[in-house]
Design a protein around this ligand. Structure first.
Ligand SMILES: Cc1cc2nc3c(=O)[nH]c(=O)nc-3n(C[C@H](O)[C@H](O)[C@H](O)COP(=O)(O)OP(=O)(O)OC[C@H]3O[C@@H](n4cnc5c(N)ncnc54)[C@H](O)[C@@H]3O)c2cc1C
Length: 637
């Protein structure tokens, strides 16, 4: 199959406008004749559902939480990017576009990224109109702060709760449409399959998580906005419920999976402190605006930070990257923290941590200013670690945080299955091999508020479809398959818990497919995962019944998918014989230990096609063409 990204012709800055004009429209009176399923109520799915319903479509929206408001987007702390240039420091749509392409190590599509930068400003206007309480300057203008990989301040924020405030905005719009009868909301439902009729996505199978019943729903198009798959590593900053199931089941139904090995390890998280931990906590990147990262110059130095004099400290990011300092992108900051710990300079009990120090900022600006900017983050840190970050430096270490890979989509955000659209973190589209901070909220809302409302109309207006109901045999077949899998999981009755398997899988992924990768390690990990998967299907213990509230069963299904998907990540990592962004293969590095790309052979999106159980996936290549940006070795010095 030839992958066609459907990038519109014309100059980069005109592509989106031209495309919107050229796309077919659905007449307002006809929109009510179309049903659209949206799975997910985070920023991407919530904004899409609300906007599509506002346009007149009949929307059915699903999430596994008890309320759309509990989607993982609520956890986002630091902010959302836009090219408003309010601080007058030289920002522009072009600069945001350029920073994002460069930040992603030149592995994203130019046209998508430029569109993202263009609509970023609309997002801020829209959210302000909704009443999102963004931080403001004294004169009333919205305030900005800096995030990694940019030398301008373009991040809009609401203290350390930006995701929560943005989600409340999207949720309010969604709730309005629920009340208007244009959105039917289905909480506590888990999508377990996509139903394909005549080659088009026409519905889904969901499990009602309260009653255990399987339900089917039909529509003219299906939108997945089901978030990222970072929890394949077990320990991550993602909410415990985040999983790959919806995307993976779609993959098995024909949607290609793009760049699955591109995961983001965030440099500023609270370090792991024990083997029974199931969650890691992010300390927002915004803290690196004022916090200074350092380690003792001497390896094995166990003195308290206050006892280490200034000239015996190594502010290694400031030393190595004078232009960007502590605000280098996440992949660079993470690798450098690991390097210092590998050199024996790590701090804290485990020696797997570096300091993030606010002493200078507090001396310079006063405690009140720092408290106003980051108060809730400091409080969170103090509660978790019992240390007072106003008085002693925070200890941080990299942790899995975000996944740049996802289902392959074209410029219209449609997957390789006609009628199956993918938005937000669940798709692969805009961040290349490394996402810049504050760009995920921007992308989720761009997709939901400003892209899908147009492109889905183009699809519906231009695609002949026959009437399909859930009585169609395809729904029965999909339900039977889901039922069979559930029965199989419950029948094993082995001796190991689901979490035990998940923890072991996470360990394998972290050790071999985490911050640094080697070809030999990736091969070893494949064998380990295959063995673990075989044991899972013989020895997992899933108590309870299918027809009831059963969280072990929910988790078992998700971990079963992770056990297959983890192997796909390894295959992808092994196939990409270069280093770029978050994918760091130790064999490919510059003399200064930076990621060394191979643009001649790997300037492409790797898209994987499912070919059958226990068969190698088929590789497809979407070449990336850079007409506006010159490919260079990324430098933040
Ligand atoms: C701690 C933390 C802080 C962050 N801070 C920032 C930040 O400051 N700025 C920034 O830009 N980004 C940030 N990010 C990243 C950002 O929050 C996410 O990438 C983004 O919110 C994802 O939004 P989404 O709508 O794609 O998915 P999500 O918000 O994850 O929503 C997924 C939805 O899909 C539903 N779902 C999933 N699977 C199924 C299924 N099988 N059946 C039914 N429903 C399903 C869920 O119920 C949920 O409603 C942060 C991430 C973390 C972990």
């Amino acid at each position: 199959m030839q992958l066609d990204a459907k990038i519109p012709d014309g100059p980069l800055a005109e592509k989106w406008d031209r495309h919107r004009f050229e796309m077919k429209l659905v007449n307002p009176a006809n929109k009510r004749k179309f049903d659209i399923i949206v799975v997910g109520t985070g920023l991407a799915g919530g904004s899409a559902s609300a906007t599509l319903a506002e346009l007149g479509y009949n929307v059915k929206t699903f999430c596994f939480q008890d309320s759309p408001r509990r989607a993982h987007s609520i956890a986002a702390q630091g902010g959302i990017n836009a090219a408003k240039n309010y601080p007058n420091d030289g920002d522009s749509i072009w600069r945001l576009f350029y920073d994002t392409v460069k930040g992603g190590d030149f592995r994203a599509r130019e046209a998508n990224v430029h569109r993202l930068a263009q609509v970023s400003n609309n997002i801020i206007d829209h959210c302000v109109a909704q009443g999102i309480p963004f931080a403001r300057e004294y004169g009333g203008l919205l305030a900005n702060r800096s995030f990694g990989g940019a030398q301008v301040s373009r991040t809009f924020y609401a203290r350390g709760q930006t995701g929560q405030q943005l989600l409340l905005g999207a949720y309010s719009s969604l709730a309005r449409q629920i009340a208007a009868g244009k959105v039917t909301m289905f909480p506590r439902r888990e999508m377990l399959d996509v139903v394909i009729v005549d080659g088009q996505a026409r519905g889904i199978v969901v499990r009602n998580l309260i009653s255990g019943e399987l339900e089917t729903h039909a529509a003219h198009a299906v939108v997945l906005a089901t978030g990222g798959y970072g929890n394949v590593f077990f320990l991550s900053t993602n909410a415990m419920g985040c999983n790959v199931t919806a995307a993976y089941r779609a993959y098995k139904k024909g949607a290609f999976f793009a760049n699955p090995c591109f995961t983001q390890i965030h440099p500023t998280c609270i370090p792991v402190h024990g083997t029974y931990q199931s969650k890691l906590t992010l300390m927002s990147e915004s803290l690196r605006n004022d916090g200074r990262v350092w380690v003792p110059k001497k390896a094995g130095d166990t003195r308290r930070p206050a006892d280490i004099p200034e000239d015996e400290r190594d502010y290694f990011l400031e030393r190595k990257y004078p232009s960007f300092g502590n605000l280098v992108p996440r992949d660079v900051a993470s690798r450098n923290a690991k390097e210092q710990c590998d050199l024996g300079k790590g701090v804290g009990e485990t020696r797997l941590a570096v300091y993030l120090d606010f002493a200078d900022a507090i001396r310079r600006d006063g405690r009140a200013v720092i408290e106003k900017k980051y108060g809730n983050l400091f409080q969170m840190y103090a509660k978790i670690t019992a240390d007072n970050p106003y008085e002693t430096p925070m200890m941080i270490y990299p942790a899995v945080h975000y996944t740049m890979g996802g289902l392959w989509v074209d410029y219209n955000l449609m997957s390789t299955v006609p009628g199956l659209f993918v938005l937000g973190e669940a798709n692969f589209s805009d961040h290349g091999a490394n996402r810049l901070g504050a760009s995920a909220l921007m992308q989720g809302l761009a997709d939901g508020y400003f892209v899908i409302p147009y492109t889905i109309g183009g699809y519906l207006a231009g695609t002949p479809q026959r009437a399909v109901t859930t009585a169609d045999p395809a729904f029965k077949a999909a339900t039977q398959a889901v039922n069979g899998r559930i029965s199989k999981l419950l029948s094993i009755n082995g001796h190991r818990t689901v979490d035990d398997f998940h923890r072991e899988l996470g360990g394998i992924m972290w050790d071999y497919c985490g911050m640094a990768r080697t070809n030999a390690g990736l091969e070893v990990a494949r064998g380990l995962i295959q063995n673990l998967r075989a044991e899972f299907w013989e020895n997992v213990k899933v108590p309870g019944d299918p027809g009831e509230f059963n969280q072990s069963l929910e988790r078992a299904g998700r971990v079963a998918d992770f056990l297959e998907f983890g192997e796909l990540m390894l295959i992808d990592a092994r196939a990409r014989q270069e280093s770029c962004g978050g994918h760091f293969n130790e064999a490919f590095q510059t003399q200064e230990n930076e990621a060394l790309r191979d643009d001649e052979n790997f300037c492409h999106v790797a898209a994987w096609e499912f070919t059958g159980e226990d068969k190698e996936p088929a590789f497809h290549k979407e070449p990336l063409v850079f007409e506006n940006v010159h490919l260079t070795q990324r430098s933040y010095k």
